[in-house]
Design a protein around this ligand. Structure first.
Ligand code: ADP
Ligand code: MG
Ligand code: MG
Length: 489
């Protein structure tokens, strides 16, 4: 089946629709701060006017395998810790200043018996995919284990597109809904991500209700995407009665106290049950003041609060791990209780990813990178967008490095998703352009990092992000992309 075309509106109808859309965004918090903001005014976040088509079968598969993916990654951390640690030691050699520092924090956070002070560990994860145009199969871009964003705004854009549809704004005659309700579902990511944090709070308190402990959001200074985070905070308070507090890594040292390993906010003496990192995933989060920020990270890791994520769980999201996980025998070993069918489903989402080290496979990949760069993207061990090298730029980039540094990168096949000519509204301008979309599926998992026991494992909604098909990267906050929602066909 092919999707029905985007709604066609007269110029007046489009003006009307745009006004409704922009006012809905401001009225409901589908917003972001502009660069150099003061706290008084926010803008509409970059979004699409219409939901973008996504095959139902792709969506179903992506949802079905999320809990398996959650389990796969936490099993790397719990069941194959020695293996993970060996890989991280190797990566630290290439990247002493960041991966190396994070790994050091992990080692220093262990007590004198080599144990974690708090074995409970929370993952709020997001597995990202693009749909392969020929087969409609989803192919994984990456698996994110730290600071996954846009779960807040994703629910909001689902609500917005539903509002526009229900109010008749997508229909030229304003007389009917252009889409059926079930064709444009709303992501429950706000509720479910908040629920994940509440699960950790509940288990921190040995399953006692109303424990009055709070969640500490670790945020970047001057965060423009804070409303995305606030929506989760509001749901946490409204649905679970759990308060939150926000601190930057730089301020942690002065604003918290530790008593018998427990973490408290100094000013209120509120006890922190969960440290939720929405910062700390990129070198720039520490570079502001390396002494303060790195000691803050260590102090938090050593505390009794549940970390979301722990430093080791964060590191399991390295692109290098994703590359190693593309091997069937490794996936099967890490998911010993899963059916062959489930393993096949996970494997079907992989494209080829190669190491660039001096193994046989690495040497073959080095050759490919120079002979067919147009088929690949080169990725370092970094998060947060803007770090990759694409296609024709790969050979020149590799040549500019010392060959001994190549092992720090992975070479991944380019996925080519279908194009759709949707409309994007950004900075007061409407762009009518070909876009491509990336589907993210959220999942939450609460587990014991020492024993490997899983306490909760859940799906937590989705995100569709779109970008001009001509741009390589899709960062919404960085200005390359926008928040979208799905139209299931
Ligand atoms: P980050 O952790 O920085 O977000 P990603 O692996 O998600 O790194 O890459 C950033 C962006 O690059 C993605 O959002 C996607 O738009 C593009 N990209 C990454 N890998 C591929 C790929 N294999 N095929 C096509 N585009 C890709
Ligand atoms: Mg990432
Ligand atoms: Mg990404």
């Amino acid at each position: 089946m092919s999707p029905k075309p985007f709604p066609e509106l007269s110029p007046e109808n489009e003006v009307e629709l745009t006004e409704s859309l922009l006012q809905w965004c401001l009225g409901n918090g589908l917003v972001m701060y502009p660069p150099n903001f003061n706290n008084f005014s926010a803008n509409n976040s970059p979004i699409t006017l219409f939901p973008t088509p996504l095959p139902k079968s792709s969506f179903t598969t992506a949802q079905e395998i999320q809990k398996l993916y959650n389990e796969l990654y936490i099993n790397v951390v719990t069941k194959e810790k020695t293996w993970l640690v060996d890989i991280l030691k190797e990566l630290s050699k290439y990247d002493a200043d960041f991966t190396g520092k994070l790994f050091e924090v992990y080692q220093q956070s262990l007590d004198k018996h080599g144990q974690l002070v708090q074995p409970l560990s929370l993952g709020l994860f997001r597995s990202d995919y693009m749909v392969h145009s020929d087969s409609n199969e989803i192919k994984q871009i990456e698996f994110n284990t730290v600071s996954v964003s846009f779960g807040g705004l994703s629910t909001k854009i689902g609500e917005l597109h539903n509002y526009l549809n229900s109010s008749g704004a997508y229909d030229q005659a304003h007389s009917s809904k252009y889409y059926e309700d079930k064709e444009i579902p709303i992501s429950n990511s706000i509720e479910e991500l908040a629920h994940g944090l509440a699960d950790a709070d509940f288990h921190y308190n040995d399953k006692k209700q109303d424990s009055k402990t709070i969640v500490l959001f670790i945020v970047q200074p001057g965060e423009r995407n804070c409303f995305d985070q606030r929506h989760i905070e509001y749901a946490l308070l409204k649905n679970h009665g759990i308060k939150s507090h926000r601190l930057t890594l730089e301020d942690v040292g002065e604003k918290v106290v530790i008593k018998s390993d427990k973490l408290y906010i100094k000013s209120t003496l509120d006890e922190v049950s969960v440290v939720y990192y929405r910062s700390g995933y990129a070198p720039s989060d520490y570079d502001i003041n390396p002494d303060k920020t790195w000691s803050a990270r260590l102090l938090l890791e050593k505390s009794m609060a549940v970390k979301c994520p722990s430093v080791l769980t964060q590191l399991s999201g390295a692109k290098k791990i994703q590359q190693i996980l593309t091997k069937k025998e490794i996936v099967s070993k890490l998911l010993p209780n899963s059916s062959t069918q489930d393993i096949e489903k996970i494997l079907s989402t992989f494209v080829a990813i190669y190491p660039l080290d001096d193994s046989e496979e690495g040497k073959l990949a080095q050759k490919l990178a120079f002979e067919h760069p147009e088929r690949f993207v080169l990725k370092p061990q970094r998060e947060g967008g803007g770090n990759n090298i694409y296609k024709e730029n790969i050979p020149g980039f590799l040549t500019s490095l010392d060959k001994s540094e190549w092992g720090a990168y992975i070479l991944m096949e380019i996925i080519n998703p279908p194009n759709y000519k949707n409309k994007i509204i950004r900075n007061g301008e409407i762009f009518h352009e070909n876009i491509i979309s990336e589907l993210g599926i959220f999942g939450t998992i609460l587990f014991n990092e020492s024993t490997g026991d899983i306490l909760t494992n859940k799906n937590a909604g989705w995100l569709l992000r779109s970008k001009f098909s001509t741009s390589n990267e899709g960062g919404v906050a960085a200005g390359f992309g926008c928040v979208d929602n799905i139209y299931l066909y």
